[in-house]
Write a protein that binds this ligand. Structure first.
Ligand SMILES: *Cc1c(COP(=O)(O)O)cnc(C)c1O
Length: 376
């Protein structure tokens, strides 16, 4: 909790629940990435927090942008992003959406399949394209599974096919999984990437770009290494596998740029027990899985949660949201504890909620409005 957010909450008394984002934290994280990984260009993954205020702030800092849809393209362009600073990184695009991007000047696209190369050749002729490869997401708290990427053998053929189709086979991308805690994953992924560079070189294609994706962490319940440690791991992997022949490097941070900038203020709606024997209290908040805390699914992302109005002895709790869906339970097995003196109406602060929250909140489920956000 920054002093700026603390002051805002104490002076403005916004109604609950709400998300307060401190833009200074985003700037600090951006500066850290620039400092510790100066050779990489930063493409902010817009989906992490697509608020205009965040995009505009990142433009002022000099960021580029990774988008996934026409609406994210419109958002960026209307905030003043130049088309040359946009990468259309989604591997799953309608051909009409590719054409939409191309008409607006975007020339950098991702793919991971033959059919997508065909769409790109038809709707974005001559564009720079990069192939996303499948990498093991072990160690990631929010893994991206096998949904994205293809294996290296297929990637070789697809990049050659892209050339044949009149596209510019420009590079390779991967994403090691979001909130990745295992630093060796970058070494493995960069090693695969370097193999691909070599294989294509032998076919007369000189790739120029490595897109290192996201995966850098925010500060949730378990301690993580600092961004400088992550940047060093990435740089070590790059120099180990590419030696002094470093290609252009792109980083697509989402979570690590905006996660720690937000505090979600919520309120206790109900405290109850399920029987006279059970010690564990059920604590129902006015925000839950459908109000922005979607990443508590399977209790994957474990936010730090504090109670600013109460302290003292703690006891075990199950935390749940306010809707009438039984999936709207935040933490049942993760071992959360809260003060025994906590009362209905008390405030609860859920920390590091700047990424993947507001944009995940449902439109109107059970009549609950989408999560309100303030940017200060
Ligand atoms: C979501 C996404 C990112 C951001 O990942 P984080 O782990 O939040 O940093 C980067 N690149 C692509 C292609 C993505 O889909």
């Amino acid at each position: 909790m920054t002093s700026k957010i603390c002051r805002f909450l104490n002076e403005q008394h916004p109604s609950s629940p709400c998300l307060v984002v401190d833009l200074d934290v985003i700037a600090e994280n951006y500066d850290k990435l620039r400092t510790y990984l100066p050779v990489a260009d930063i493409y902010y993954a817009v989906k992490a927090n697509p608020a205009r205020e965040v995009v505009a702030h990142l433009i002022s800092l000099g960021s580029n942008f990774d988008v996934a849809s026409p609406a994210e393209i419109d958002l960026c362009l209307s905030c003043g992003v130049r088309p040359a600073s946009i990468s259309y990184g989604n591997t799953i695009k309608k051909q009409g959406d590719i054409a939409y991007a191309y008409e607006r000047g975007i020339r950098l696209f991702a793919f991971d399949s033959e059919a997508e190369v065909q769409k790109l050749a038809a709707a974005a002729p001559g564009s720079q394209v990069f192939c996303r490869i499948l990498v093991d997401n072990a160690g990631a708290e929010w893994p991206l599974s096998r949904k994205f990427g293809c294996d290296v053998e297929m990637a070789v053929d697809l990049l050659k096919f892209a050339r044949k189709m009149g596209l510019d086979p420009y590079g390779v991308a991967f994403h090691v999984g979001s909130q990745q805690t295992d630093l060796t994953q970058w070494d493995v992924a960069v090693g695969k990437t370097a193999m691909l560079f070599t294989a294509l070189n032998e076919a007369g294609i000189e790739l120029k770009l490595v897109n290192l994706g996201g995966g850098f962490p925010a500060q949730y319940r378990s301690e993580v290494d600092g961004l400088e440690v992550y940047c060093a791991a990435v740089m070590n992997a790059m120099t180990k596998h590419f030696r002094n022949n470093l290609p252009t490097m792109i980083l697509e941070p989402g979570r690590s740029l905006v996660g720690d900038s937000g505090v979600l203020q919520a309120e206790v709606v109900l405290i109850s027990r399920k029987s006279y024997q059970e010690e564990t209290r059920w604590i129902y908040l006015d925000v839950g899985r459908f109000g922005g805390l979607a990443e508590t699914e399977n209790e994957c992302i474990k936010y730090r949660i504090v109670t600013p109005d109460v302290d003292g002895a703690m006891g075990p709790v199950i935390l749940a949201g306010p809707t009438c869906d039984s999936a709207d339970i935040l933490y049942e097995r993760a071992g959360y504890e809260m003060p025994l003196d906590l009362k209905i109406g008390d405030r609860v602060h859920i920390l590091s909620t700047g990424a993947y929250t507001a944009s995940y909140s449902s439109v109107n489920f059970n009549g609950f409005a989408p999560l309100r956000s303030y940017f200060i």
